[in-house]
Ligand binder design. Sequence first.
Ligand SMILES: [Zn+2]
Length: 397
Amino acid sequence: MNECEVLRDTAVAVVGDRIGAVGELASLREQFRDSAEIDCARGVLTPGLVDSHTHAVFGRARYDEQEMRAAGIGYMEIAARGGGIHSSVRDLRSRSEEELVSLARVRLERLASYGTTTVEVKSGYGLSVADELKTLRVIARLAHELPMRIVATFLGAHEIPLEFRESAKLRQSYVEAIVSEMMPRIASEHLASFVDVFCETGVYTISETRQILEAARQNGLQLKLHADELTSCGGAELAAEMRATSADHLAAVSDSGIKALAGSNTVATLLPGTMLFLGKESRAPARKLIEAGVPVALATDFNPGTSPTPNLPLILTLGVSQLRLSASEAMIAATVNGAAALGLADAVGQLRPGFSADLALFDMQDFRELPYWYGDRRCLGTWVRGKSCYPRHLQLS
Ligand SMILES: [Zn+2]
């Protein structure tokens, strides 16, 4: 992760939707004679950034809760006043597919404007058969409509819905609905590539998580896990054991969890924006993970409650300043490893012949400026599959 390769006076040839060659400008000019040229000399061209963890389909913003938290009002009290994740659930349930498409479209375009070309989007504010399917259809429509590459994740196990909390039996019946009703439909209608579970003390237990992930595998879906965010409850160990593609959050991962991840192919996706926004002191042990040999990815966790930032380069800043990554490690975390966290390591995240032509051009002279100019938008333009993505019709000359 500490060996980001930097090439100077280099050109990238795009052939169709892929990278055809990377090499010295004069020889590429010779090889691809009649090709149109885009001059990227004023900037740094990188693989398009990969944001591998977002909850970008939601209704209302929840800025009121930020003030409540600042005033020292606790999580339970915020929930009692109608805030928290259940307020997003009520809100999403009340909105039409059309409305959700318009809201999410604008938000995804903001993500794209910071250099992100691939984004994972989770459901999880529906928490009923109809509303989870509605959310996934919204994601599918956006994937079809927007130039960004969008990967859908089914997170019906984001929380236990309020109406299923009365008894253990009711709770189990919701898990049953995820496993037997939602998942087979989602798989047969190709509405998601991944299934994710919020495995945490007070949310989904290890055994419920295991049941849901086993069903996901039987339905041919790949696995992700919200693991060890607040308490170390064995989520990282379970992710490694179940061969999940990624284990996300990990602010409270234990040493045994790190060891389990190191012995697996599971990517550790860290979300330092969430910790910053909530004003928490704890940090994911990024250095320990990297030193143990675990591939680390960084993502925004873009969501209305705990991380409303569309700015992935800002998360790279936090990766360097708070998680003590090098600029190279942060860059790899948001490209190569972000792609690996989405099962796309052989197709996106690198400037290499045969990879998808997903590129981002930044107004800077050294890639280390990306985490340095924190909060700034330095992206001049992006391309996905060889076509301009941000701005929609890019003109560079
Ligand atoms: Zn999340």
